[in-house]
Design a protein around this ligand. Sequence first.
Ligand SMILES: [Zn+2]
Length: 510
Amino acid sequence: MLPHILFRGLLLGLFGLVAAQDGGISGPQTSPEAAGYSCDPNSCKLPDCNCASTDPPGGLDPDDVPMFVVFTADDAIQSYTLDAVNQFLAHRKNPNGCQPKMTYYVSTNYTNYTLVTDWYVAGNEIADHTMTHVGSPPADEIHGNLIALNALAGIPMSSISGFRAPFLQYTAETLKLLHKAGFTYDSSASASIPVTDPHTDAYWPYTLDNGMANGCLAVPGTCKGEPKLPGFWEVPMYSFFDRRGGAGPHLMDPWLDYANGGTKLDNNATLDYMRNTFTDHYNGKRQPIGLYTHPIHVSPSYVAAPGDPQMIAMINTFLDWAQDHPNTWIVSTEQLLDWVRHPVPASQLNQLASLQCTPPAIDAKICNGMPQNEAGLINHCTFSDAPFYTCYGCPATQPMPSNPNPEQDTSKETRLRLPANCSTPFWDPVKGECLCTSSSCAFNDVLRPIGLNGENYVPGGAGGSMDSKPKPTDTPYIPFSGGNPLFVPSTTVLVGVFSVLVGAMGMARL
Ligand SMILES: [Zn+2]
């Protein structure tokens, strides 16, 4: 192990975030025998059923398939973790001129909720990574995270559609639980065999109508037809491979691994094998590749252990190089999945609403996840071990799996939580008003079959027993573009606000 990684691991342990080397693999996680997978493409058809296959969806010729680079981040959201992501994505554009979006698998413990709101309103995907970062997670860790993200970050329940298991430790039960709770997909299983190997497990995302086809050697009770979860997707995490091929997989944070069986970090060797794996995918059947990051390791502003500038530069060099390949798109997991469900040739990709960017014009002084509107409106919740900010009123106690939505602290200003018929950027939590009055933006956040007792959870909880039900609006509406709220604030504003928050937080936990 590397001394600096151990140091980070120690720090992370202290802060309860995540152990370093979270999600590493060292060899194949499945085999054709272990998978025992069969699926009939004549009966399993898009958009809600897809067989595990190395062939692109929709029968497309690989030359017409976009090359997707899925960008994800895991764990708590703090200003310095968003700085880390921004340094890779904020200055980039996809072929349609839109800034790339990414998926943040959020653990709410140690998360600064107001930054989750900002990140979501900026068009990124917010997904579930349990409340306190536990592998093989019990139901309350998964459900509690949804409830807390909805209550304190104003994320609509229906937009939290994905899950990644901490340490990538999932079980058959985890997958069943996710399906039951109305999630669309899991992304915890790894594709661990190179695309150049005839037995590759680099499948395009697939539904579990016929069970799992990845992770079969690692996770009991999966594969050979199990678990059967119709319409529920697995989005495999695609490994990079160094010169050792299948014996040298690198999954999360590959830049923290030793390449080629070496004994020290070598950014050039890492860049070399990342390019080679990308090329194998690009020249083959165009299965996606993924940059699966723990941003805390490469943050320019994490005071306790700032990321190595040369490592950061290497990652940007890789992305520059990848984007030089025609039809390469950097996407969130939900954007990838939307395309898989509705595959169109790369030349028509901008037809998909989920890949477009249509900023809403909201310049009211409200606390809505748009930093330029929020001056003086963000609540500071001063818990000694993990303070945070929110637009939605401070809870009296820290949200925990046993009580993810505590009563609001009535000794402070209370707020009205996002109701089920208003979307985040339009909701004024101070006045309890929904600013959108257009029939073109109808929204109805659905019941979700979760809750501590398995009951359907109604989004927009007021916080504990407080009787402060939001007022319904006469005209319901949906987020912009008919899909995700795709608003692109200027990078400088975001970076500026994050910097202010770093200062405001005073790095108290450090
Ligand atoms: Zn994690």
